[in-house]
Design a protein around this ligand. Structure first.
Ligand code: MGD
Ligand code: MGD
Ligand code: SF4
Ligand code: MO
Length: 670
């Protein structure tokens, strides 16, 4: 590596956790590329990160602290020194806590950076403050709940096994956009002779790359899996020897699917013809090592956890688990590889404080609880854009008696409502240690460049705030690197001394899961539990979505785009221009039925709000479904409301997750 080349890690909330090479000149990042020596990245970056230097050195970067001078939301501020900013925040909190108690402060953070130290560095501070706690459940807790119901604590299989599968199924995952290394590995399997299926609610780029795409009705995958299992049981396509030794509850379940789940009955629920369900069942059962990679899309529904639980029964019935390449992958859990409690410091809490769901921020800010939330501290998240029920969130943020601080790299939709804005460092300006939820890669990195302007890392700000509060715990006086060292200085079966040394030296490492066999079932019975007495319902069954009862005719999918990551990357003009505009894709038949033509402005509406889109009539979406991609910043949206003005605060059946995809609307011309 040349001397001006520095190793770093992609900090974004993506299952791939890429290794980066950053070329630095005069304290600036001038080029970013994928690390060819990284075992998973292998030199390949996604379009978002190919020009990360344009994000890091964007003219839109916030460089100094700011104090609000105009009405909330307008974005008028004046400069403030760091000392003054910290002093104002600390003295305001001290006053509020005397009047209302610590729980009147609510932190709001999620996944702007996935680094273990920077991501979690607010926890010890807010625990000591006695603040309300945020339930960080916007992403995919229903997926975890569904997996756990059947598989308990069983470790994830190695996702790289997909290359050995003969039937690779990308189910509710738009891998071509959201996890390009998964897509690469699925295509490798295909080149080696595997068939590749995609199961989605519209024709995504992933569907285009597959041998066959199955377009289902939103939230209908549980019905599809039940229909398939009916056929497998009816036609004797289950693997009895495997079931006898490994599965609990097959007989009761088989009886239920035989009587209740014929393909004909499941067809209208999942939107696929009965004959297709039958063929999928036969081909799945005939495959030697079918591999299901489950994404997040199908989990963000009122029935999301039950859907995952149902799909998790498929490889149990076919015995796919026994063979290399066969099984189900929902995500890795590498939580035991590092002692995160040394960063989060739950022990700083005097007593467990109130929990507030991040999906219900709108309600939390407006339904004045006891105590009411009087201050919101937002860091590495953009709730005014990403959180469901945007109108409720914005109404809350407009409250004049709410003291809002936002620590950000950009003047986001949320930062515009702040009383004080603090400039945040980007990942290249801060040290951290990363692990991964889509594989086993882990890597430490140092800061590659000095901070842009007066930007500070999350950890540095909490260190300053602790000083401002007058706390003298040595804990808060450490550096982020000290904390990284504490995470590494820990014995665990996940890594040997050599791997820990490599991590210390900034090299990418693949952690080794302690389970040696993927058939090591970590459930109370020691079997795959189709029947579970830990669940409120003993067996998987058909469950309706929330929106099914809403009375609006079109199902809305707020999907992802290859050119942004949630609301990140809108600062890069080139990437944003690739998306063109906030479009609503609709089947030409649905457009014609409403007298709407391609390219015109339309309004999508439901009980929660109205959103202006540009209509894109396309057969990529089936009749009855409309799709929009990306979480746009309001400044680039004609109607100043994003798609989350149409999504609801309702939670998933289990896991208290968001139900972002579980929405219905009607559309009219503007
Ligand atoms: N380019 C890009 N990459 C990203 C992100 C991004 O925004 N953009 N976001 C990152 C984050 S935070 C996450 S959590 C992951 C998410 O990545 P994925 O797991 O791929 O999740 P989504 O893209 O939300 O949804 C996947 C697909 O599910 C489909 N879907 C929706 N409902 C259903 C359903 O009921 N059934 C089926 N079968 N399919 C359904 C959607 O149309 C979508 O194409 O990606 C990460 N990577
Ligand atoms: N409509 C719709 N809504 C969605 C989704 C969707 O697909 N569609 N996806 C959902 C999902 S899966 C998720 S995970 C959430 C994600 O929601 P968020 O976690 O809020 O993710 P981002 O939108 O990427 O916003 C992260 C912000 O953190 C800032 N940031 C980055 N690094 C740092 C740092 O080190 N310090 C500080 N202080 N700030 C930093 C970035 O500038 C950015 O504005 O959104 C959810 N909302
Ligand atoms: S967003 Fe994902 S695919 Fe893109 S560079 Fe980061 S980790 Fe890799
Ligand atoms: Mo996510």
């Amino acid at each position: 590596m040349s001397p001006n080349m520095v190793r770093s890690v992609c900090p974004y909330d993506c299952p791939d956790t890429c290794g980066l090479l950053v070329e630095v000149e005069g304290g600036r990042a001038v080029r970013v590329s994928g690390d060819p020596a990284h075992p998973v990245t292998r030199g390949l970056l996604c379009p978002k990160m190919n020009h990360y230097e344009r994000t890091v050195h964007s003219p839109r970067r916030l460089k100094i602290p700011l104090l609000r001078t105009g009405p909330k939301g307008e974005g008028r501020f004046e400069p403030l020194s760091w000392d003054e900013a910290i002093e104002r925040i600390a003295s305001r909190w001290k006053g509020l806590i005397v009047r209302f108690g610590g729980e009147c402060v609510l932190p709001y953070s999620f996944a702007g950076t996935m680094g273990l130290v920077q991501r979690n560095s607010g926890h010890p501070f807010f625990h000591k403050l006695g603040a309300s706690r945020l339930e960080r459940t916007i992403c995919s807790p229903a997926k975890e709940a569904g997996w756990r119901a059947v598989m308990g604590d069983t470790a994830a299989m190695d996702p790289a096994e997909i290359e050995q599968s003969d039937l690779a199924i990308l189910w509710g995952i738009n891998a071509a956009s959201t996890s390009i290394h998964v897509m690469r590995d699925a295509l490798t399997a295909r080149r080696r002779g595997a068939r590749l299926w995609a199961i989605d609610t519209y024709r995504t780029p992933t569907c285009e790359a597959a041998d066959e795409a199955f377009i289902v009705r939103p939230g209908g995958d549980g019905a599809l899996a039940l229909g398939m299992m009916h056929v497998m049981v009816r036609e004797g396509l289950t693997e009895q020897a495997f079931i006898r030794d490994n599965v609990l509850g097959f007989e009761a379940f088989a009886e239920k699917v035989l009587s209740d789940c014929t393909p004909e009955w499941m067809s209208p629920v999942c939107g696929l013809p009965a004959a297709i369900i039958e063929r999928m069942a036969r081909e799945f059962a005939a495959a030697k090592a079918p591999f299901i990679r489950l994404g997040c899309g199908l989990t963000r529904y009122g029935n999301g956890a039950m859907t995952v639980r149902t799909i998790a029964c498929l490889p149990a019935l076919s015995g796919a688990w026994q063979r290399p390449g066969g099984g189900l992958f929902t995500g890795t859990s590498t939580g035991d590889a590092f002692p995160l409690q040394r960063v989060t410091r739950e022990d700083f809490m005097e007593r467990p404080t109130r929990l507030v769901s991040m999906n219900q921020l709108g309600a939390a800010l407006s339904e004045l609880g006891d105590p009411p939330i009087m201050s919101l501290y937002v860091y590495h998240s953009n709730p005014a854009a990403v959180t469901p029920d945007q109108n409720a969130v914005i109404k809350g943020l407009e409250r004049n008696d709410l003291f809002t601080v936002v620590h950000e790299r950009f003047l986001t939709d949320t930062a515009r409502y702040a009383d004080i804005v603090l400039p945040a460092a980007s990942s290249l300006e801060q040290p951290d240690l990363y692990r991964c939820y889509g594989g086993y890669q882990s890597q430490r990195c140092a800061a590659a460049i000095p901070p842009v302007g007066e930007a500070k890392s999350n950890w540095e700000v909490f260190s300053l705030l602790a000083g401002g509060m007058g706390w003298d715990e040595p804990f808060f006086k450490q550096s982020a690197d000290d904390l990284v060292e504490q995470l590494l200085d820990f014995e665990t079966p996940w890594r040997d001394a050599g791997m820990t040394r490599s991590l210390r030296e900034g090299e990418p490492v693949l952690l080794t899961p302690p389970s040696k066999s993927k058939c090591d079932w970590k459930t109370p019975s020691g079997r795959i539990e189709i029947l579970s007495d830990r669940e409120p319902e003993p067996l998987p069954r058909l469950l309706a979505t929330h929106a099914a009862g809403d009375g609006f005719p079109l199902r809305l999918q707020p999907a992802t785009t290859p050119y942004a990551l949630n609301s990140s990357f809108y600062e890069q003009d080139g990437l944003r221009e690739k998306q063109e505009c906030m479009a609503l894709m609709m089947h030409p038949q649905d457009a014609a039925a409403r007298g709407l033509t391609d390219g015109r402005r339309v309004i999508a509406y439901n009980d929660l709000g109205e959103v202006v889109f540009v209509l894109k009539a396309t057969e990529r979406v089936p009749a009855g479904t409309v799709v929009t991609e990306g979480v746009w910043w309001r400044e680039f949206i004609p109607g100043r409301r994003g798609v989350n003005a149409l999504t609801s605060q309702r939670l998933t059946d289990s896991g208290r997750g968001s139900t972002l995809y579980d929405a219905a609307v009607e559309v009219r011309g503007k």
